[in-house]
Design a binder for this molecule. Sequence first.
Ligand SMILES: Nc1ncnc2c1ncn2[C@@H]1O[C@H](COP(=O)(O)OP(=O)(O)O)[C@@H](O)[C@H]1O
Ligand SMILES: [Mg+2]
Length: 343
Amino acid sequence: MTKRTAGPGGTGAAIETSGLVKVFGEKRAVDGVDLTVPAGTVYGVLGPNGAGKTTTVRMLATLLRPDGGEARVFGHDVAREPDAVRARVSLTGQYASVDEDLTGAENLVLLARLLGHRKPAARDRAAQLLEAFGLTEAADRQTKTYSGGMRRRLDIAASILNTPDLLFLDEPTTGLDPRSRNQVWDIVRVVVAQGTTVLLTTQYLEEADQLAGRIAVIDQGRVIAEGTPGELKSSVGAGAVHLRLRDPEQRADARRVVAKVLNAPVQLAADPLALTARVMPSGAGSTEPAELAARALAELAGQGITVDDFSLGQPSLDEVFLALTEKSGDRKSDTSMTKEAAA
Ligand SMILES: Nc1ncnc2c1ncn2[C@@H]1O[C@H](COP(=O)(O)OP(=O)(O)O)[C@@H](O)[C@H]1O
Ligand SMILES: [Mg+2]
């Protein structure tokens, strides 16, 4: 995958940053970030806790001043023309804006009035958004009674009362159950279909994969990879095989067998029964991942190694990081594997 440092003449970009830096004391929270976000798309910024996602978003939304580098939003410099930037963007997570004691409908009408809409227009827009986000039935309940998913949807609704040209969604689904997560994804699709550019930060590869046209993977304040979801995943491997054995004594043997068949490194998870391997597209000619996994299972059975559980899935974020940091020579140890990767 190639890292794009400049768009074609800078046209059509909603966001362009170069060498963006933010320092907190000794900590370089954002350490030279280059991003080009094409207008009219969903752009994913994918990274673990502490990677620098929120700090980047806050600089782009003019809430924090950069300590170095440059950032332009629709051509306007965030440091020199903050008002021009603010006129075009909206950010979720402004929790102060939603009043817990008001109902969902009252909140949206109030905020629309604050934005200058007359009462009938404010009511219409609120009703329209409540309907679009599946909140009509809850419209007349106080928002303190809302579930996490409903609250998140109301936050997004509040941020698009006036359709912004650029919407920042900072981890909009963290902590939500799968059903609520899907509802938020649908909302993001509606928003982008109406012409808004969305910059979405997330810790989930699957979420970026579902929504984003391009993804920047960031770690420790730096972009470590950039590309389409397909480019990112194929750079990491076609998929990941997760195995759970019956007997922990057999794990070393299983590791050898699987590594040989898949021609790929095998990670030992924290669970003493589990191991995980990436299926590399270049590792074994053009053989399909499922075919390779089946061969590995047959070979394990042939050697008397009992497998209790097996799955073939796309790489987890952990595996993406492992692969990307291995590639850049900055090896992480097996202990960085989380339960998610072992599951
Ligand atoms: N106001 C602040 N003061 C000091 N350190 C901060 C501040 N905000 C963020 N950081 C640090 O900067 C790094 C990046 O944080 P953040 O941008 O919130 O990451 P993310 O959103 O990806 O989880 C973290 O190490 C965090 O502790
Ligand atoms: Mg954050």
